[in-house]
Unconditional design. Structure first.
Length: 190
């Protein structure tokens, strides 16, 4: 496969997931990922800092940016948790639509690797901070913003877990986010 062929980053991510699944994260090298994707190691490093970034790169940052943007842009009067749900749903639509299978494989690799679990928790914490900041921009006080962002993070984790479970069905991540929020509300009100 020629180096100039489009979507090198996507091919690198797919190759990395294949290799991480087959031989484990720790036993996979950047050279193997690049070779599997049909690119040079230099091309790999043009897209990713290291092999961990293949799993936590641009989509994690975009998730934070899109969710925060949409929370902040929600119409005045929108309840805070509804604004968070809206932000997460728009991010899900823009970033993850049609990517259930790779997301499932990504989760399996992360769950099998303690080092990656720590990075995942760090990314989740950053998402909560971004959502709380957006809620404060909407005028919510500090404590309420943090609590609402934390609840939003639980909703996001619950929906993502259901979406990436083997045999998880065909429900969209958008739909599962709404269901997770409904479940949280039910738990709070009982």
């Amino acid at each position: 496969m020629p180096r100039w062929e489009p979507n090198a980053a996507g091919r690198l991510q797919e190759a990395a997931l294949d290799l991480f699944t087959q031989q484990g994260y720790g036993r996979t090298t950047v050279a193997e990922i690049a070779a599997r994707a049909g690119v040079t190691e230099r091309t790999f490093f043009n897209h990713f800092t290291n092999k961990r970034d293949v799993l936590f790169g641009p989509n994690s940052d975009l998730l934070m940016q899109i969710a925060a943007r949409e929370i902040a842009a929600s119409p005045a009067g929108t309840p805070p948790l509804e604004a968070v749900l809206h932000g997460l749903q728009i991010a899900a639509d823009e970033l993850f639509d049609g990517l259930q299978e790779p997301a499932t494989r990504r989760r399996e690799v992360i769950e099998a690797t303690p080092e990656l679990q720590e990075r995942e928790e760090s990314k989740r914490a950053a998402l909560a901070v971004a959502m709380a900041d957006a809620l404060r921009e909407r005028g919510l006080d500090e404590e309420s913003a943090r609590l609402t962002a934390g609840a939003g993070l639980l909703v996001q984790q619950t929906a993502e877990r259901r979406w990436t479970e083997p045999g998880g069905g065909s429900a969209s991540l958008r739909h599962l986010l709404a269901e997770a929020l409904a479940s949280l509300r039910k738990a709070i009100n009982t």
